[in-house]
Design a protein around this ligand. Structure first.
Ligand SMILES: Cc1ncc(COP(=O)(O)O)c(C=O)c1O
Length: 363
């Protein structure tokens, strides 16, 4: 599915951090990565953390969201979006996704708003930015916070505005399969100086600003190491190349699947420039029910694929929640799959995956 693109630059920075002795979470690379992120996301503040789930958790805590609050999330997302809401004791309100972009359906959000709604978490699924224009308007009118779970979408944009400035706060993941990786890692990006201050404090055990070993709030150890940050700095420097190499793969798949009745690729909204993270399609017609068999068939041909996320409300530990009807998300969970997408993928490999998939759908 994925192979990180790590070069001599990552190696150089990593060894430099290692040789400096600053291998824990103090160090120049942490500061440097945060600076680079503010530039890439055109945002005033960026705080790096240990992973994207921690980033979401801290964003919610920093915004003081907790018990008694409702948080609207899409049914189709990685489980971390749901878990962060549960960590803070808020009620997840689950709504459907858009049939074209597979991102949270703004009209469904409008219907799900109540007087207890504190926030909406929009997820930029597989790199496609959610409908922030409408979501911002809805949230603004309702006095509700808008959080972008941009774990999968660094480098994307909407109407020319980069992912990172499209919501009140945005979170990234730098897991090994992401467009930009630090091994494990994440970040919280915002224009809000007070939120940034709170997030920094919470990631560092709630340390009091002036009194050592005094913790005036319940905090966490969600810090990123300088070693991880060194890798991240190299990746962020290389982001134009990382994006264009992936985009080449995505464009190639697009051409190969164009006009095929068997598959519908995840669509794009007008004005949206998706981050080329993971090319995903929905199997159509009679073959849709055979998605799992198709994946097995591809496996025997040496091709790894991924099913689209199960609906979050199907997780057995989730007991306290509200779910609106989610027919699109259910259908995607049954008939959607993601294809190998990574910078080093060669044109003949893309062709091999595409032709194998089309053949498997026809069986
Ligand atoms: C949509 C989404 N949200 C959150 C996360 C959590 O990120 P991490 O795995 O770095 O904790 C991921 C990453 O896998 C993701 O895809």
């Amino acid at each position: 599915m994925s192979r990180p693109s790590i070069t001599d630059l990552e190696r150089k920075y990593l060894l430099d951090a290692f040789d400096s002795g600053w291998i824990s979470s103090l160090g120049d690379y942490v500061v440097r990565a945060e600076d680079q992120l503010t530039t890439i996301a055109s945002s005033a503040h960026a705080a790096v953390v240990s992973n994207g789930t921690a980033a979401l958790h801290l964003a919610l805590l920093g915004l003081d969201i907790g018990p008694g609050d409702e948080v609207i999330i899409p049914s189709t997302t990685y489980v971390a979006t749901l878990n962060a809401v549960l960590y803070v004791g808020a009620l997840p309100v689950i709504v459907d996704v858009d049939p074209i972009t597979w991102c949270i359906d703004s009209e469904a959000v409008r219907e799900a708003l109540t007087t207890n709604t504190r926030a909406v978490i929009a997820v930029d699924l597989y790199g496609h930015p959610a409908d922030y224009v409408l979501l911002k308007e809805l949230c603004g009118q309702a006095g509700v916070l808008l959080i972008a779970d941009a774990a999968e979408s660094i480098g994307g944009s909407l109407h020319g505005m980069p992912v990172g400035v499209l919501a009140d706060v945005s979170t990234f993941s730098f897991f090994g399969n992401k467009v930009v990786t630090s091994g494990e890692g994440g970040a919280i990006v915002t224009e809000d100086a007070e939120l940034d201050r709170r997030v920094r404090k919470l990631r560092n055990q709630g340390n009091h600003e002036n009194r050592r070993y005094f913790h005036d709030v319940l905090g966490y150890n969600y810090r990123m190491t300088n070693l991880a940050a060194a890798i991240l700095c190299a990746q962020l420097e290389r982001i134009p190349d990382l994006l264009s190499a992936r985009q080449r793969v995505v464009d190639h798949y697009d051409r190969l699947f164009e006009g095929s009745p068997a598959l519908t690729p995840q669509g794009r909204a007008p004005g949206a420039s998706a981050s080329p993270w993971m090319y995903s399609v929905q199997v159509e017609g009679a073959a849709a029910a055979q998605r799992d068999e198709i994946m097995l068939k591809l496996r025997t041909e040496g091709i790894e694929t991924r099913p689209v996320f199960n609906t979050v409300q199907s997780m057995p530990y989730l007991t306290d929640f509200r779910a609106h009807p989610t027919p699109i998300a259910h259908n995607l969970a049954k008939s959607g799959l993601s294809l190998p997408t990574f910078p080093a993928m060669k044109p003949d490999e893309v062709e091999y995956v595409a032709s194998s998939l089309l053949r498997a759908c026809a069986l």
